[in-house]
Design a protein around this ligand. Structure first.
Ligand SMILES: [Zn+2]
Ligand SMILES: [Zn+2]
Length: 252
């Protein structure tokens, strides 16, 4: 199973990350990726950049060295059931948006509150991916969340770093989520959540667990750029048509 897109990476704009877009492009080439997204923390996080960071990503090339880069954000699920911290005016500048629970923004509560908050984030209509859902600090009514994600066309992220060095205790949750997502006929992305270029395109644990549970490749949106971009087009993201000429240059 080869995954050619990485939908989650942090640059130096989030101050606990250590690489630039240049570093990521160089590593993407080495690792044979065709597309990656930079998704720095929305400003409610203590280390997030100012909103200008997101509005100005238009100065970056869409494609460099035949590798495409999506302009993304990792937004915060808010504790007051109001969705995520993406102001409406920012959405047109974003190709891809992840909604995640983060402890500095959302003090963990209970299963009901987490579930309701996640669903409010999906319903807000500004995010396409639910980030690192296996975090044991945020237990969920998993099937309810998967159904709501499907109803709102939000893909669920299986985050490689949740198996390796972040959010200890995620693994059994991520494995169960894979099984439930398959049962509910829904979709995932595999993502590195790289905080330095050394981790870009690392999906080994995601792939290993998917193979273990027999998770079908058809449900993995990040397998190839065409599939991921078709999904973003369903969310009205122009990047899909902007990258169409480039897509035609890729070998099938
Ligand atoms: Zn996160
Ligand atoms: Zn992240």
């Amino acid at each position: 199973m080869q995954i050619r897109c990485d939908t989650h990476a942090h640059t130096v704009a989030s101050t606990h990350a250590y690489s630039t877009v240049h570093d990521y492009w160089a590593m993407a080439k080495q690792r044979d990726l065709q597309l990656f997204a930079i998704t720095d923390h929305a400003p409610t996080m203590p280390d997030g950049p100012h909103y200008w960071h997101f509005g100005n990503m238009k100065v970056l090339p869409r494609v460099h060295d035949n590798i495409a880069m999506l302009r993304g954000i990792e937004a915060n699920i808010l504790p007051d059931y109001s969705g995520v911290d993406i102001p409406e005016r920012l959405s047109p500048f974003l190709d891809i948006a992840i909604a995640s629970f983060h402890e500095p923004v959302f003090d963990p509560k209970g299963k009901n509150e987490h579930t309701r908050s996640a669903i409010a984030a999906f319903k807000a209509g500004t995010v396409q991916i639910f980030g690192h859902p296996g975090n044991p600090n945020y237990p969920l009514h998993e099937e309810e969340v998967i159904r709501a994600a499907k109803d709102n066309n939000v893909a669920i992220e299986i985050n490689n770093s949740s198996f390796t060095h972040s959010r200890v205790g995620s693994e059994p949750n991520c494995i169960r989520l894979l099984e439930l997502i398959d049962k509910h006929d829904w979709k995932v992305v595999f993502a590195s959540d790289a905080h330095s270029a050394f981790h870009l395109g690392t999906f080994e644990k995601c792939v290993e667990k998917a193979l273990e549970v027999g998770f079908p490749e058809e449900r993995i949106l990040s397998v190839a750029p065409q599939r991921l971009l078709n999904f973003l087009a369903e969310h009205g993201k122009n990047v899909a048509s902007e990258l169409e000429p480039w897509l035609k240059t890729l070998e099938p």
